[in-house]
Design a protein around this ligand. Structure first.
Ligand code: SF4
Length: 288
């Protein structure tokens, strides 16, 4: 049985106390729980403090460009469906420049897992309001406080069509690890919003404030994650009370089944040096 340290690649440079340490730990545990091999696992990120995570995890990794983690992750999965693909990143990366990609990844339902490490601030650039910052959040570049309403990432995921939506907290590594493992096992696009405090640039949304705001869905009698209506209602209350656990899950066809299953061999596994093996594609697209 592998140990967490077996998946450690290099020493993280995150600030002491950063919530992202717990996400790395929980993800490593989930990989072990799912029995994934390093060489069959790919972690993909964009840009930001959280997007450094693939460098610290000893699997294959791609540290891509700002907001483009999901297009790269989907590309990897479609090129080689045998791989387990996990995309990670922050709220600035995923819900500002990457928001369009998020919506289409959710409705496309490619079989990948997306972990949002949500600290409600741009931290790599030293503290500006992000798309999930609370109204009134004061930073050096918003001295009068954030004016815009924050994006509700859970509602966005649900309404965009994500087939697995969960919420974890980096102060609960065991719960977060189980949630990530469930997301990896789910066939389809899994979205996990992780409350992951930035102890350096966000003094408003702290471990203590999140603890007061959050509750476990498993403590709600009769909560059924297969009810879309209940998930919407629960997600709508996110800014007042943060629900931890699995909000919603459903099974439907994944993108691979509907669009690339006609290809006998995954694109990444094809012999690109033998043009004869691609003659079916040439016939299909050069018919006229
Ligand atoms: Fe973590 Fe914030 Fe430090 Fe970045 S600046 S490593 S998000 S605590």
């Amino acid at each position: 049985m592998p140990k967490i340290n077996d998946f450690a690649h290099s020493k993280p440079t995150w600030c002491p106390g950063c919530g992202h340490f717990a996400v790395l730990n929980a993800l490593s545990r989930a990989i072990i729980e799912c029995g994934l091999k390093k060489e069959e696992t790919v972690c993909v990120s964009g840009i930001g403090c959280s997007s450094k995570l693939p460098e610290y995890l000893d699997t294959y990794g791609l540290h891509t460009i700002h907001g483009r983690s999901l297009p790269h992750a989907q590309g990897v999965k479609l090129a080689n469906p045998a791989l387990t693909v996990i995309s990670v990143g922050g709220d600035g990366d995923g819900f500002a420049i990457g928001c369009g990609h998020f919506i289409h990844a959710a409705r496309r339902n490619v079989d990948i897992t997306y972990i949002l490490m949500n600290n409600q601030v741009y931290s790599l650039t030293k503290g500006q309001t992000s798309p999930t910052s609370d109204r009134g959040f004061i930073t050096k570049t918003s001295p009068e406080g954030a004016q815009e309403a924050p994006v509700n990432v859970l509602l966005t995921a649900l309404t965009a069509g994500a087939t697995f939506v969960g919420c974890g907290f980096s102060s609960d590594v065991a719960g977060l690890s189980s949630l990530i493992a469930a997301g990896i096992k789910h066939r389809g696009f899994s979205f996990i919003n992780v409350i992951s405090p930035c102890v350096t640039f966000n003094k408003l949304n702290t471990y203590d404030s999140y603890k007061k705001q959050s509750y476990k869905l498993s403590d709600i009698a009769g909560y059924d994650p297969h009810s879309y209506e209940k998930a919407i209602e629960t997600a709508a209350g996110y800014f007042e009370k943060k629900p931890l656990g699995l909000l919603f899950k459903t099974e439907t066809s994944i993108f691979k089944e509907t669009h690339i299953s006609e290809h006998p061999i995954a694109p990444a596994m094809q012999d690109i040096f033998n043009p004869q093996k691609h003659s079916h594609l040439m016939q299909k697209y050069l018919r006229r």
